[in-house]
Design a protein around this ligand. Sequence first.
Ligand SMILES: O=C(CO)COP(=O)(O)O
Length: 251
Amino acid sequence: MAGLPYIVGNWKMNGTRAMLNEARAIDRAAARFPKVQVGVAPPATLLYRVRDAVELIGVGGQDCHAKDSGAFTGDVSAPMLKDAGADFTIVGHSERREYHGESDADVKAKAEAALSAGLAVILCVGETESQRDAGDAEAVVGAQLEGSCPKADGAPEKLSVAYEPVWAIGTGRVPSIEDVAAMHASIRGKLVELYGEGGGEVRILYGGSVKAENAAELLAVPEVGGALVGGASLTAESFLAIVGAAASLGE
Ligand SMILES: O=C(CO)COP(=O)(O)O
């Protein structure tokens, strides 16, 4: 798999300007880890400020609308994220799918809008606990990929996929290493089916209760090309411990 390990912090609906200090601290420390690609996705209100506060790390949105502009109160478009200085955006996070009713088709349209605006995309997929218990995890994730992977210019080159089992998000629970390996191999197979050779290069991140204590083990799994981190990305200290774990794997 090509590319540096990619560690991305998803701040979700957390953070006011005080978080700029954390962003600065992450950015300063990133210089010590040139073999890791680092990004943060602050809330939209902070995007522009974080962009201005950092030099080395990537900055991204957490979602975008599928349309470029219009009467969509409360939404933010991909060209707006780009204009605010974003390098990438997350789409299809399970919290968007669950609380905002986003379908695979919605996620695909958002991913295509983001690529068209010149943003890289982190597309999230993942099964619920009942789907895993029923033995359907790989089928569910495969269907999500079929329905939501973008076909626009920029795919698959600017695409990353984040596997985030819904039941592992914010719970302190993580799948077994064997289950992570099996799912990532299955995602790789589906990406090659969808994109041909280019699908072999898409980075596949793991997300769901990644912490300093489990990061090295998760990141060492074949086909795990990085991590999408929620709670542990909210302080520079805990986030940098994960970045450090990724760096030490390459040594
Ligand atoms: O949803 C996540 C990242 O997008 C994971 O969140 P936690 O790391 O808090 O489990």
